[in-house]
Design a protein around this ligand. Structure first.
Ligand code: PLP
Length: 213
């Protein structure tokens, strides 16, 4: 597999931005190669697969992110094995974190910013109340917001969706006096637009590699 880590990092050109490699495309051996190109933050979608890859790569000091949806019933298995959760969007899951996690877990609240039909993520107008509801849960360390823009080539649509999160950051500051400065936005298709909207974590998959032929 040919990895474009160097080219991608050059195109981002900002050491304050963390690239989380979306690893659903890779097996453990390919992830080891990817690690050797300099990426140390890996984001997996599925609980069982993350745990299996973690076992195979136990010798590497990887920072592990769960970027896919986490069903409450699977939470127990994974919660103490990850460093970041990008997909917190229910009270039920927040309570499960509070109950099961031994230390604080860094979480992004997933917000539904796309007009595409999706059942994941809170609506932007639900986020303030959600933050109030979880305030007492000391294991749930909310560091920012996560969103996925519509899959389109229309830059204006994508920009408008990312702006919803920028506006939400401002509202949260005004209403709750909380600075949620971390933003997990930007995938292969739209990461350069995400950077213009203050992304601090990019979740990149397909843009990182080309299969050798
Ligand atoms: C696959 C995936 C990504 C990365 O997708 P690419 O378009 O391949 O960069 C980012 N976030 C989530 C939640 C994903 O499932």
């Amino acid at each position: 597999m040919i990895f474009y880590t160097k080219e991608i990092l050059a195109s981002i050109n900002n050491p304050a931005i963390t690239v989380v490699a979306a690893t659903k495309y890779f097996n453990a051996n390919e992830m080891r190669e990817l690690y050797n190109t300099g990426l140390t933050n890996f984001g997996e979608n599925r609980v069982e697969i993350l745990l299996e890859k973690q076992r195979e790569l136990a010798d590497l000091p990887i920072t592990w992110h769960l970027i896919g949806t986490l069903q409450t019933k699977k939470a127990k298995k994974i919660l103490n094995s990850i460093d970041y959760l990008h997909s917190l969007d229910t009270m039920k899951l927040a309570l499960e974190i509070q109950k099961r996690r031994t230390e604080k877990l860094n979480c992004f609240i997933q917000v539904n910013i796309s007009s595409e039909e999706s059942k994941h993520g809170l609506n932007p107008n639900e986020v303030i109340n959600f933050l109030k509801d979880i305030k007492e849960l000391d294991k749930v360390n909310i560091i920012g917001l996560m969103g996925m823009a519509e899959l389109t080539d229309n830059e204006e649509i994508i920009s408008n969706e990312f702006k919803k999160l920028n506006n939400l950051q401002i509202t949260i500051k005004e209403k709750l006096n909380i600075d949620l400065l971390e933003l997990s936005i930007g995938m292969s298709n739209d990461y350069l637009i995400a950077i213009k909207h203050n992304a601090t974590y990019l979740r990149l998959g397909s843009v990182l590699f080309k299969k050798e032929v």
